[in-house]
Design a protein around this ligand. Sequence first.
Ligand SMILES: Cc1cc2nc3c(=O)[nH]c(=O)nc-3n(C[C@H](O)[C@H](O)[C@H](O)COP(=O)(O)OP(=O)(O)OC[C@H]3O[C@@H](n4cnc5c(N)ncnc54)[C@H](O)[C@@H]3O)c2cc1C
Length: 458
Amino acid sequence: MYLVMKSPLWFVVTMQHVGMAARGGANGEIHGLGAEICGDQHEDNDMSGSVDVVVVGGGIAGASLATVMARDGYQVILLERQTTYRDKVRGEWMACWGVAERRRLNLEQALLDAGGCYVTRVVPYDEVMDSAQAEVAVPPLDGILPGVPGVLHVGHPQACEALTQAAAAAGAIVIRGVSDVELNSGDAPMVRYQQDDVGHELRCRLVVGADGRVSTVRRRLGIELHQTTPRTMCGGMLVDGLYAWPVNQFSVGTEGDLLYFVFPRANGRVRLYLLHDITQKGRFTGPDRETEFLAAFGFRCIPDSEMFGAARPAGPCAFYPMNDTWTDQPYRPGVVLIGDAAGWNDPIIGQGLSIAMRDVRIVTDILRTESDWSAAAFAGYGEERRERMRRLRVTAQLRTDLAATFTPAGAARRRAYNTMWQTDPVLGGPHLAMLLGPDHVPAESFAQPTIDRILALA
Ligand SMILES: Cc1cc2nc3c(=O)[nH]c(=O)nc-3n(C[C@H](O)[C@H](O)[C@H](O)COP(=O)(O)OP(=O)(O)OC[C@H]3O[C@@H](n4cnc5c(N)ncnc54)[C@H](O)[C@@H]3O)c2cc1C
């Protein structure tokens, strides 16, 4: 399938897996991208020279933003490096506040159609409490935020695929298999990339950098990434055959020198994660790592945990160092960063998808309501994100102190915290922030005196 688009620069876009439909621009004009492509065709279109938005990176963040903007009639081009989304062991658990953001963006259905399901029950089986206690320790999750049925579990590659298709169906041009992305920021942003050894060039009003942790866009702009030092390694593996695990229940807890997570989906498919101290780096990397990973799930604190030994690996077993990063100003003239590209939160608290949803909602609100797309228009986004990431950083650090300090003192602190987080709203804030969002709990919860009180618990 080919589309030749003529612009003052005369550029040629060779598209694989292109989705495209007639759309008007923000002001209702059609700028030459309004051709419907079905099957193998070759079309010549006059470009007025520029599209509204070029999104670099078709992950959860980029594909969501492309869908929202294309639905509103903006001309959007989405560039994605991968031709097929692979399981790289990434986020699949979306917190209640992320679900609320997704609903506001009207993007929920795409994830449910991609096999997503709501989970309403969390059971924190853990060495510091018996299993009967764990089963009643946390109230149900449905309704803890108005209209939110629980936390959402969805396969990451499936979610990216569904959202990319939603973007294409809404009228965005989706170009996969791109490489060597370069860009010029400023009043007339330009993106250059390679596809099948052919160079291409795109002009636009705004570039959205949604290209993940090692963001090319961020590096090309010279935006500094601040980082905390990793204290833990986290790895995951998708498994099949776990029919005995209740499909509406996820579990998280600590035993010995491991923190575990069990995130179910339908039909016996479950995403398992393990987290260990950074000093054990390389622990699950040998040729038998899948077997060792499943054997490690024989936790005494989980009833019938021998079921994990019989599960079948359904994806890679991959571990990553866990840390927080952030940027002071995730925008420059003509460019804005969203999702991991703008800085990520330590996945120990599973907030990356929700952060991405909030980024998409705030940035698309600005783009859809303001005629000014200059850097100044994103100042509020930068400010909100800085504080949001600071609070989540505090939450992740405390969570590491409470759940991934694999010593008797660490267990004692966790036991003490478990008895008070539901009754003390300030001390409980960092815990509840993981479900409700960092702005739904008292600001005091993230202040140094609160941190000191939690760390002093025993
Ligand atoms: C082990 C682990 C477990 C996690 N668990 C959770 C969890 O349970 N819940 C949760 O909310 N979060 C979790 N996260 C975090 C979550 O996965 C991320 O925050 C989220 O995927 C970020 O989405 P994104 O779209 O910003 O970036 P990404 O998912 O990284 O997507 C970026 C996209 O850009 C593409 N790309 C990259 N470079 C280029 C380029 N130069 N040109 C074009 N395309 C490019 C990539 O191919 C990719 O498709 C976890 C992370 C890890 C590492």
